[in-house]
Design a protein around this ligand. Structure first.
Ligand SMILES: [Zn+2]
Length: 181
């Protein structure tokens, strides 16, 4: 299964240590408005192996916007993250999971290879299951950068482990063309 973490408002230094020490593969969908006060925090996670991907400039409800505005929301952070983190995002997560046809066109025109959704949402380390009480291989978990997230995340890792699964790197499970190095 795959762990994705969205937005980026909270920046807990202990979380970077946990990710580094436990070598947890993560995909981060970052909103520029949430991270611009401390881009360096995410450099730490990047160095620990996390992928930095696109979650728009200001976290709008994209279907309300014109194609041109959607394109701006998606392209601008990709350019900024390419400069800051050395790799241009190729995955988009739309705020609220809300997309329309213009979103998909804008994402493609900004160089995105896929728009990623999720299956389970994790709140305070607890998984809201879609069906039953188990994760399934291949599930995508949605977590947010939150206060106390290190302890919550350790609880989440225990739950995943108890179910006989482990977080995998999404890079190794999408076709090669989905990523540029
Ligand atoms: Zn979000």
């Amino acid at each position: 299964m795959f762990v994705t973490i969205d937005d980026g408002w909270e920046k807990d230094p202990a979380f970077v240590r946990l990710v580094r020490e436990r070598r947890i593969p993560l995909t981060l969908f970052l909103t520029n408005a949430a991270i611009k006060d401390d881009y360096g925090y995410f450099t730490g996670l990047r160095r620990a192996g996390a992928l930095i991907e696109d979650h728009t400039m200001t976290h709008p409800y994209l279907p309300k916007l014109s194609y041109a505005r959607q394109r701006e929301e998606i392209c601008a952070p990709a350019d900024i993250y390419a400069r800051r983190y050395g790799t241009r995002p190729t995955l988009l997560r739309a705020p609220y999971g809300a997309t329309d046809r213009a979103t998909l066109r804008a994402a493609r025109d900004c160089g995105m290879k896929a728009v990623l959704f999720w299956r389970e949402v994790v709140t305070n380390g607890r998984i809201a299951y879609q069906s039953g009480h188990r994760l399934r291989p291949g599930d995508i978990l949605l977590v947010h950068f939150k206060p106390h997230m290190t302890a919550d995340f350790e609880r989440l890792l225990r739950t995943i482990d108890e179910q006989g699964l482990r977080p995998a790197a999404i890079r190794e499970h999408l076709p090669a063309g989905y990523f540029r190095s």
